[in-house]
Design a protein around this ligand. Structure first.
Ligand code: GLY
Ligand code: MN
Ligand code: MN
Length: 446
């Protein structure tokens, strides 16, 4: 097992060789690690590794560079890591560095050199290659460094060295690999869902009118960290009452009021993998009738979508199913008024269901992977076993919406689970965050 990854080195070796198999003949790929980011003066944000680099290495130090090499005939050295050298003083102040010798043993790369040696070691690997692959949209600074190396090689043209003439963005290739999860990745995603589900349950039990949103946030973070998911995968949303109608509300600084709903969108990150779970429940522990009506509608729509997940299904089709269901439900409740057939054609629920139904999930919360979106923004990519996505319908009725009866105003509900496509259908990873009205009320009554 590689430290902090919950995965054996063999899994990363397999990813590198799958990636190399898809590289063009006689090419080199250069993937850069993340950099530490200053928070203020001389303090940094907690380090988050570049996920493309992490996916291929499991290596969690900043500033490193991975070179993957494919010759026109098989080469013995395919994976070369460049990392920070060991440094007693730096390590005493800032933490351990694995160094080059141990990195080869732990990460099973073919060679590892210090960053001080990079020009000397890397330029000969780049020279003579036809193509150079890199993740271009990110890391402008690294891209500039690559251009400098290419210029350096061109300077030596008279000695017969040639720089690659083709630059290829390999993001799509990596994104596609990341979209399809292995058995070991799914195990981690199951674990982080259980940890995060327990955090939601704890939040329900700790909620009380008069507490502040950040106090509930503290309960969530405590449960994540105590169980090994030390950081949240994204900014935790604890939104009481009308705050739920701000989709990415992270202020979390207001008091909770009796009679309001509380929407929590929170997930931990474990070994780099995210959970993304939303639950909505009454601060008092008991849904009012209008709250229950909206809640049940959203829940039924979510179950409809989840139960339709199987290979070859698409997000576009799930969106259509949910949109029709919510439009009809909102019409039945008198929130959408007028001719139902017309409302269905207009996708009228979109006035209150103001975001997409779901997204890929993995090392990033909004994970990479092409959606095969049509010009009409329909997501047409057919599901295959091993893909993981969220299903998160919601209805948001802001307090100032004068078009609806007063009893509906200020209600914001989202329910979000994490689902794996299996050979025969789906597996819901979100198994322990209470979700039915009866289960939520029972947990909150304890
Ligand atoms: N937590 C962000 C989202 O649900 O997409
Ligand atoms: Mn989500
Ligand atoms: Mn979410």
């Amino acid at each position: 097992m590689i430290k902090n990854t919950l995965l054996p080195a063999a899994e990363f070796c397999q990813r590198r060789s799958d990636f190399i198999a898809q590289m063009p003949e006689n090419s080199i790929a250069l993937i850069s690690a993340g950099k530490e980011v200053t928070r203020s003066n001389d303090t940094e944000y907690p380090f988050c590794q570049n996920k493309q680099f992490y996916y291929l290495t499991g290596f969690n130090e900043p500033d490193a560079i991975l070179a993957l090499i494919k010759g026109d005939k098989p080469v013995a050295t395919q994976s070369v890591l460049f990392s920070r050298e060991k440094d007693r003083l730096q390590e005493v102040w800032h933490g351990r560095r694995i160094g080059q010798k141990q990195a080869v043993a732990a990460y099973k790369v073919d060679a590892c050199f210090s960053l001080a040696e990079i020009d000397e070691q890397l330029l000969p690997l780049i020279a003579g290659k036809t193509a150079l692959l890199t993740c271009q949209p990110e890391q402008a600074e690294f891209h500039q460094q690559i251009l400098n190396w290419l210029a350096e090689i061109r300077k030596s043209a008279r000695s017969g060295l040639k720089a690659p003439t083709t630059l290829i963005d390999c993001s799509d290739l990596l994104n596609d690999m990341r979209l399809h999860k292995s058995t070991a990745e799914l195990d981690i995603m199951r674990k982080v869902n259980i940890i995060s589900g327990a955090a939601h349950q704890r939040a329900m039990q700790q909620t009380q009118a008069g507490k502040f949103e950040y106090q509930i946030e503290a309960e969530l973070l405590h449960e994540f960290a105590t169980n090994g998911a030390r950081y949240p995968a994204y900014g935790t949303i604890v939104a009481g009452g009308d705050n739920a109608n701000i989709l990415h509300y992270t202020d979390n600084d207001e008091v909770l009021n009796d009679g309001d709903l509380l929407l929590i969108d929170a997930g931990g990150e474990l070994a780099g993998y995210a959970a993304d779970i939303t639950r909505t429940f009454p601060v008092s522990g008991k849904f009012t009738q209008p709250q229950a009506a909206i809640y049940q509608l959203v829940l039924d729509s979510q179950n409809l979508a989840i139960n339709a997940i199987k290979p070859a299904q698409t997000l576009a089709e799930l969106n259509r199913i949910v949109c029709d269901f919510l439009t009809k439900g909102l019409h039945d409740l008198g929130i959408l008024k007028g001719d139902l057939a017309q409302l269905l054609t207009q996708k009228a629920c979109k006035k209150y269901f103001i975001h997409g139904l779901g997204h890929w999930l993995g090392l990033d919360v909004h994970d990479v992977g092409d959606y095969h979106s049509s010009p009409q923004r329909e997501q047409l990519r057919p599901f295959v076993a091993g893909m993981v996505m969220t299903i998160e319908p919601g209805i948001y009725i802001p307090k100032n919406d004068k078009t609806v009866d007063e009893k509906w105003r200020g209600i914001g509900v989202r329910i979000e689970d994490n689902i794996v496509v299996t050979e025969t259908g789906f597996e819901n990873l979100t198994v322990n965050a209470p979700k039915t009205i009866a289960d939520i009320e029972a947990v909150m009554a304890r």
